[in-house]
Write a protein that binds this ligand. Sequence first.
Ligand code: GLN
Length: 278
Amino acid sequence: MIFRKETYAHALARGARRLKVSPTAQLDARVLLSEASGLDRAQLIAADREAVPEAVLTRYAELLRRRREGEPVAYITGRQEFYGRPFAVNPSVLIPRPESEMLVEAALAAHPQRVLDLGTGSGCLLLSALSELPRAEGVGTDVSREALSTAERNRTALRLDGRARFELLSFADTPLSMGTELFDVILANPPYIAEGDEQAAGAARFEPHSALFSGEDGLEAHREVAQVIARLLHPSGSAFIEIGYDQGESAEAIYKEALPGRSVLTKKDHAGYPRMVA
Ligand code: GLN
């Protein structure tokens, strides 16, 4: 009997069809075949008409199965790009979102020496900012030990061990623990979804609950972050906080009340939704 081996081109097309529930089926299939084969994008194109080895097909089938069940590609590969750099991710950290790059841009424009990142997760905000600011240093906090060890891994990969420190702290415990240290820039992408918001839960069911949900109104973390800013932001410093698309007014009111005398503005993202309080 003669077997016709499956080519890379065929495996890609077949994978994309299997993933047709995903809006990024083609891309997902390519990333997963790349992961299964160890070939990068250019090597995959070059191998287009070659037969895929049996062991690669087996691994690929398993990755396609996980993706079909809704697991994010970033958790399957263990990596997500953010602000032009690769970050290690796993289910203990939120997957960095492109919308959050807006906070990094705002931080860079403020030219800080000292940066605080509240709820650092993978460390993506702090580490991206420090990578672009060769003389700055910073602190990232999180309540999850697993998240902090992921952030530490990313710190080492980006060669920032000497300039970034991570601490296991809740928002409420952060001011006391920092003593008299003040920061030029405070960043946070806090959890901001209301408990029981089923629609949001569905999309993020593989991600850590505590990274996403924040009390019945989704504003609990904003109230705590506002208190940290009141205590730890240098008088001439700036804070940039990510908010939900429907929190333009509610979050702005919280920060205004906690920070009398400071200017508080809501900024929209590229899609035109409120995305950040500055
Ligand atoms: N700071 C991390 C990020 O922006 C984690 C945020 C979170 O877990 N809510 O991705």
